[in-house]
Write a protein that binds this ligand. Sequence first.
Ligand code: BGC
Length: 417
Amino acid sequence: MNTLTRILVTTVAIGLAASGVARADGTVEVLHWWTSGGEAKAVGELKNAFENQGGKWIDSPIAGGGGDAAMTALRARVVAGNPPTAVQLKGPGIQEWAAEGALNDVDAVAQAESWDGVLPPVLAGIMKYEGKYVAAPVNIHRVDWFWANPEVLAKAGITEMPKTWDEFNAAADKLMAMGITPLAHGGQPWQDATVFEDVVLGVGGADFYRKALVELDQDALTSDTMVKAFDQLRKMRGYVDANFSGRDWNLATAMVMKGEAAFQIMGDWAKGEFLAAGKVPGKDFLCAPTPGNGFVLNSDSFTFFKVSGEDNLKGQQVLASLIMSPGFQETFNLAKGSIPARTDVALDKFDSCAIRSHEDLVAAVASNSLVPSMAHEMAISRSVRGEFLDLVTNFFNSDMSSADAAKMLADAVKRAQ
Ligand code: BGC
């Protein structure tokens, strides 16, 4: 070994030891639900980066937007004593699995790389169990977005994105009168719940959202404000096409792309779909927050299940470090439609929707109007969330009154707690 090589090898070894990573390889089996065009592109970035470091990636995708199918598959794998090494998981779900003793921590990597210094405190808290990092966040998704086709809006003389639900209803009525479907929607419980929580934010504001959907306050759940939110949801039901039932979210996004519908209400993974199809924000599609002056937070993260074997354990450490590297956070989020979880990644390459998301996030933190997504498992336990999804879907697909819906929701939540 010549002197230069020796210096290089030593430097690399010290660097890797300092970051808690023994060698840049290892194996990971990754369970995730990123199977749409934009999602597959984004997870492909993670796979490539891991393989480029010499690691072996075993892909375990479980299709199904929102991840409900993936969570069922995960439970079955754990019960069978054969968990995957890395799992896309979030919010209280992280705490639930950690409390079951199912997770390995990646705290050595997190400490060596000072994750506390580069993550928003609200996110760092979600990633930790008993003070140790058990998850690594890849992004910050925003749930409260309208996506729209500008040509379709122009046809109906709609010149601005709606800022209130009344404005949205007025625009939708114009579109209906012209025979255009106002709202592209997929009738699946998690999509119904996505629209519902955005409506709750718009009708009640952030404090009400928090009381009803996070603190599960009975007074808030049975309040007139909640009844009004159901009234607005009932209106939305009138704005979807006849074939909405069961439709996947990305097919609803495609309807907006193709001009078959004007709007979609969906998190910014929808932007990943537009971008994967070569569409340009501001020109081919528009984004604007749904009413409420808040920010409904959803963040994807990976957890590391208890597996044995040197190679698997190494894979977990390497993956955790890679996920949190600034370069990866940029590349991944450019494809996914979200913004980086790290606060120190420059947004120069990001589009106007991402910049808006970042600005609104900062403003929402300052005004205490950042709220966690109930539909996307950031707010409450899986069992209580299940009650919300059941009730909201039943409401959407029946002629249940708003008053009955609020009462039944409050009762169901009480029973599930
Ligand atoms: C996830 C996103 C994903 C979306 C649709 C959300 O819960 O956070 O990453 O793209 O579901 O599958």
